[in-house]
Design a binder for this molecule. Structure first.
Ligand code: ACO
Length: 370
C-alpha cells in the first residue's frame, strides 16, 4: 500500500479559487496573479467578492457587499458578556475558536447548508471575525469595545476597532494588502480541515471552528507569532548569525521558513518584505526588519529554504501595532473568506472525505479464557 506521509503530493480535489504556482513563484487567485492584486491596491472586499462569487465585483456589486458587511458588523451581546468573563492570559486563537462556536448558538439558520445561506453566513463571519478580535483586545486592556465605523472599509475598520482612532492610511494599506494575500491558499491544512468537515454536510460555523483549530498550530498560521517571538529572542542584529548557526546545529526549526508547495520562494513574502520595510521606515524603527533580512541571509547560508508568508508579515504587523498574539487571529480574519469559499465548493462536490490507513497493529490477540 503506497502511503503519502502528510498527504504530500496527493491531489484531493479540484478548486477554482486559488492555485500556488510553485514553478513560477506565483499565487493565482481565480485567474488573477497575487502580484496584480497587491500592486493594483485591490481592496479586501473586492477580493472577498472574487473568492466567494467567482468574479471581481461591478460597482453596484461592491456597494451591495459593502452595505452587507456594514449590516453584519454586529455581535450578539452574549459574545461581549462572554469576552468580559474570560480568564486572564487566554490564548487569542483559543478565544477565537471558542467564540465562533458560541456565535453559532446565536446565528439564525446556522444549520442551513444551502449555498445562498452559506454565502450569507460567510459574509457575516467575514464581518464578525475582526470585531471579535478587536473587542477581545479592548476588553483585556480594560477598555470598552469600539463600534465599527460606517465610513471605513474592512482593513481600516480592523485598525480602528483595535485602537479607537482613525487609522494611518499607510497602516491601512499594509493591512489591506496583508488580508488580500492571506485570503486563500488552496489546500493548506486549515482549508483541508474545513473541507473535510464540510464533506460530512456539517454547517459553516462547524467547518470554520475546526479550521481555526488547525490554523492555530505553529507549523501553519501560528508561525507568524512564533516568528516575532524568535526575532525578540534573538534580540539584536549582532546576534543573528550565531543564533541561526546554533539553530541549525541543534536542528531547531526556523519559524517563517519553508513551505510544502513553494520550494523556490513564496510570492507573498516578496510583498511582505517590501511592506515590512515601508512600515519600519514609517515608524522609524527598522531593527526587526533588518534582523529579518539578516535571518533570511543566514538561513540561506545553511540550506535552500526561503521565507514563507508568515516571516516578513511578523515585522510588518509589529510595526503597525498589532499585538503579537493577535497575529494569527489577523490571519484568520482574512482566511475566513477563503475557508467559506472552499466549504461551498465542497458542499457542491458532495463527496465524503474518508481516506484509508494501513493497519500495522496486531491481529491475533485473544481475550483470556473466562
Ligand atoms: N527550519 C529548518 N529546517 C527546515 C525548515 C525550517 N523552517 N523547513 C523545512 N526544513 C527542513 C526540514 O527539516 C527537512 O529537512 P531534512 O530533509 O533534513 O529532513 C527539509 O527542510 C524539508 O522540509 P519538510 O519539513 O519535509 O517540508 P514540509 O513540506 O513537510 O514542511 C513546513 C513544510 C511544515 C512549513 C516546514 O517548512 C516548517 O516547519 N516551517 C516552519 C514553520 C512555518 O513557518 N510554518 C508556516 C508555513 S506557511 C503557512 O502555513 C501559512
Amino acid at each position: 500500500m503506497a502511503i503519502s506521509k502528510g498527504l504530500a503530493d496527493v491531489v484531493f480535489t479540484q478548486t477554482e479559487i486559488s492555485h500556488p504556482d510553485s514553478d513560477n513563484s506565483n499565487l493565482i487567485m481565480r485567474g488573477y496573479s497575487i502580484d496584480d492584486l497587491v500592486n493594483g491596491n485591490v481592496s479586501f472586499e473586492e477580493v472577498a467578492h472574487l473568492v466567494l462569487y467567482g468574479h471581481l465585483p461591478s460597482e453596484s456589486e461592491l456597494s451591495a457587499l459593502n452595505a452587507q458587511l456594514q449590516i453584519d458588523r454586529v455581535l450578539p451581546p452574549a459574545i461581549y458578556d462572554w469576552l468580559r468573563k474570560l480568564p486572564e492570559q487566554v490564548v487569542p486563537m483559543t478565544m477565537l475558536r471558542t467564540a465562533i462556536s458560541l456565535l453559532a448558538l446565536h446565528e439564525q439558520g446556522v444549520e442551513d447548508i444551502t449555498i445562498p445561506a452559506t454565502l450569507r453566513k460567510a459574509i457575516r463571519l467575514t464581518a464578525q471575525f475582526p470585531m471579535i478580535c478587536a473587542a477581545f483586545q479592548r476588553i483585556r486592556e480594560g477598555k470598552q469595545p469600539i463600534d465599527p465605523s460606517p465610513s471605513l472599509g474592512h482593513a481600516a475598520n480592523i485598525l480602528y476597532m483595535l485602537n479607537g482612532k482613525a487609522p494611518d492610511p499607510d497602516f491601512t494599506r499594509a493591512m489591506n494588502a496583508y488580508l488580500v494575500m492571506l485570503i486563500d491558499h488552496s489546500m493548506n491544512n486549515s482549508t483541508f480541515t474545513a473541507r473535510t468537515v464540510a464533506s460530512t454536510q456539517a454547517d459553516l460555523h462547524s467547518c470554520v471552528t475546526a479550521a481555526l483549530a488547525s490554523l492555530k498550530g505553529p507549523l501553519h498560521g501560528g508561525a507568524n507569532e512564533a516568528t516575532m517571538k524568535m526575532l525578540l529572542e534573538i534580540g539584536d542584529e549582532s546576534k543573528v548569525d550565531a543564533w541561526v548557526d546554533n539553530a541549525f546545529a541543534t536542528k531547531r526549526i526556523i519559524m517563517g521558513f519553508g513551505h510544502r508547495i513553494y520550494k523556490h520562494g513564496d510570492p507573498r513574502a516578496r510583498h511582505l518584505n517590501r511592506l515590512a520595510e515601508e512600515m519600519g521606515r514609517k515608524v522609524n524603527a527598522l531593527k526587526y526588519y533588518n534582523m529579518s533580512r539578516m535571518v533570511e541571509a543566514a538561513v540561506l547560508r545553511h540550506r535552500e529554504i526561503y521565507p514563507n508568508v508568515d516571516f516578513y508579515s511578523a515585522a510588518m504587523m509589529y510595526y503597525i501595532g498589532i499585538p503579537i498574539d493577535l497575529f494569527t487571529p489577523m490571519f484568520a480574519c482574512a482566511r475566513i473568506t477563503g475557508w467559506s469559499g472552499h466549504v461551498i465548493e465542497q458542499y457542491k462536490e458532495a463527496a465524503l472525505v474518508r481516506p484509508k490507513s494501513e493497519y500495522v497493529g496486531p491481529r491475533d490477540l485473544h481475550l483470556p479464557a473466562a
